[in-house]
Write a protein that binds this ligand. Structure first.
Ligand code: HEM
Length: 403
């Protein structure tokens, strides 16, 4: 088709420019997208249908002969073994089993119990920021808060959090669309290190169990055949990374949007009960996960297109959220918008397991920032992180008075 992306940098700075052009074209089209090509799905109805359709799969290896799949290099093999054991990259029945083992820990009811702890952590972080002249939201607040929460839930020592950041950066590079084999090889050692770290922690918890998710998983694994040690390592690392990577960006994208839209910020200052609606609008307007992928498991007809087995579908959640067919005035950021619809936590079998936790953290974070920081302004325009799928900033510097 004639619509073309420019450079990755231009796309990362404003993906919605391309999405607008695609909306006026076709909801599903074959597209060359940086280092990947496949069916790009940008319509809301079509994206939701694909996410709920069991012919759009995560594990193509179940549908094609093994010789048609390449073999990873020796460096990459352990990393593929790790990611292949994560529920995010599996289909039923393994996906159902792995997800079922941890679902209970993340229900809205269980999550709500964490509210007082998260509020205390948010206020503690702002107290620490008070003593500084210059403020940087990510390092001082938006990264630390979700990491502290997820580390405590899983039972991982919070002191090691700087390492989690490196592993997380490596992991998201691994699933980016603009990554080369050389990039993957470069980040493989960090993921190997994360794997070893988790195995050592499991050894220690076996000797001294605690009241945490990891100890619970060890008990399940040791009492039967429901969970292998490799799957336990992969599940904990996935939760550790997914549990903070995206929430950091939701908080930061949200605060940035409010700073760029002072009228919207004013609405929240005047009525804090609007914050939860604002979180949904941030999720819709600039989601932390812009896009997700699936394989096509069999030849099929979809939205008037002939999709072939083993092709890739790239489901643009961020485009679906701004589809003019389902959202009025989609490019307007409005925290008082009613009936907000978005696919930012996906849909179907892989619907984000941590959505209630992410919502709770973002609500508390934004409310605390709004209540305690006054006369705030950006001290410089922030730079986006270099990733096609995960939308966030490298840093967010601002000036303001913290009370
Ligand atoms: C704003 C924050 C978050 C966003 C935008 C987000 C987004 C997503 C999306 C889009 C998916 C589906 C990916 C796909 O279908 O391919 C997903 C899956 C997942 N998310 Fe989140 N997430 C967030 C926070 C969290 C948190 C706090 C946790 C912590 C537990 C978490 C854990 C997971 C897990 C385990 C999966 C895989 C679920 C499965 O495969 O069944 N996420 N997330």
């Amino acid at each position: 088709m004639s619509v073309q992306t420019n450079t990755a940098k231009e796309f990362i700075n404003d993906p919605y420019h391309l999405f607008r052009q695609l909306h006026s074209h076709q909801a599903v089209q074959w597209f060359q997208f940086f280092n990947s090509e496949g069916w790009l799905i940008t319509g809301y109805k079509e994206a939701e249908a694909a996410l709920k359709d069991s012919r759009f799969v995560k594990e193509i290896s179940n549908h094609v002969p093994p010789e048609s799949l390449g073999t990873p290099s020796e460096t990459l093999m352990p990393v593929f073994n790790l990611t292949n054991n994560m529920m995010l990259f599996r289909d039923a029945p393994h996906h159902t089993r792995l997800r079922g083992l941890v679902t209970k820990a993340f229900t809205p009811r269980m999550t709500e119990k964490l509210r007082p702890t998260i509020e205390k952590m948010a206020n503690y972080l702002l107290d620490e920021m008070k003593n500084k002249q210059e403020h940087e939201l990510i390092a001082d607040f938006a990264y630390t808060l979700p990491v502290m929460v997820i580390a405590e839930l899983i039972g991982v020592p919070n002191e090691d959090r700087e390492q989690f950041r490196e592993w997380s950066d490596a992991f998201i590079k691994f699933i980016d669309l603009n990554t080369t084999e050389a990039d993957l090889e470069a980040v493989a050692p960090q993921l190997k290190e994360a794997d070893t770290y988790m195995r050592n922690l499991i050894k220690a918890k076996r000797i001294a169990p605690a009241e945490d998710l990891l100890s619970g998983l060890i008990a399940v694994s040791d009492s039967g055949d429901k969970l292998s040690e490799d799957e336990m390592v992969a599940t904990c690392l996935l939760l550790l990374i997914a549990g903070h990577e995206t929430t950091v960006n939701l908080i930061t994208n949200g605060y940035y949007l409010l700073l760029k839209h002072p009228f919207e910020m004013e609405k929240l200052i005047n009525d804090l009960s609007l914050v939860s609606n604002a979180v949904e609008e941030v999720l819709r307007f600039d989601p932390p996960v812009l896009l997700t992928t699936r394989w096509i498991s069999e030849d099929l007809e979809f939205s008037g297109q002939a999709l072939k087995k083993a092709q890739v579908a790239m489901i643009a959640l961020g485009a679906a959220n701004r589809d003019p067919a389902v959202v009025d005035n989609p490019d307007l950021f409005d925290v008082s918008r009613t009936n907000i619809k978005h696919l930012s936590f996906a849909s179907g079998a892989h619907y984000c397991l941590g959505a209630p936790l992410a919502r709770l953290e973002a609500n508390i974070a934004l409310e605390t920032l709004i209540k305690r920081i006054h006369n705030v302004e950006l001290s410089e325009e922030p730079t986006r992180r270099n990733n096609i799928i995960f939308r966030g900033f490298q840093a967010l510097h601002f000036n303001g008075e913290i009370t």
